[in-house]
Design a protein around this ligand. Structure first.
Ligand SMILES: [Zn+2]
Length: 75
């Protein structure tokens, strides 16, 4: 009976430790992802850094706005 209690307690502790480890790791990855946002120079929309179009030290949300900013002034 005592063995069974020890096995159950150790399993509960193991599950509690694993859930803590996974719950701490996930928010850190989200914070890094959110931090890499850049603003479009033409329409002021925020887009992820890896999908933004970069031209002359300025960021754009798409190729259309990159071309539009050359001919028209930003709104
Ligand atoms: Zn834009």
């Amino acid at each position: 009976m005592l063995r069974l209690l020890i096995i159950i307690l150790s399993l509960v502790l193991l599950v509690a430790l694993l859930t803590r480890l996974f719950s701490k790791k996930l928010p850190r990855q989200d914070e890094k992802h959110i931090a890499k946002m850049v603003q479009c120079d033409y329409c002021q929309t925020y887009v992820p850094h890896n999908s933004a179009v970069k031209h002359a030290a300025r960021y754009y949300c798409c190729e259309e706005h990159k071309g539009a900013s050359k001919s028209k002034p930003p709104v």
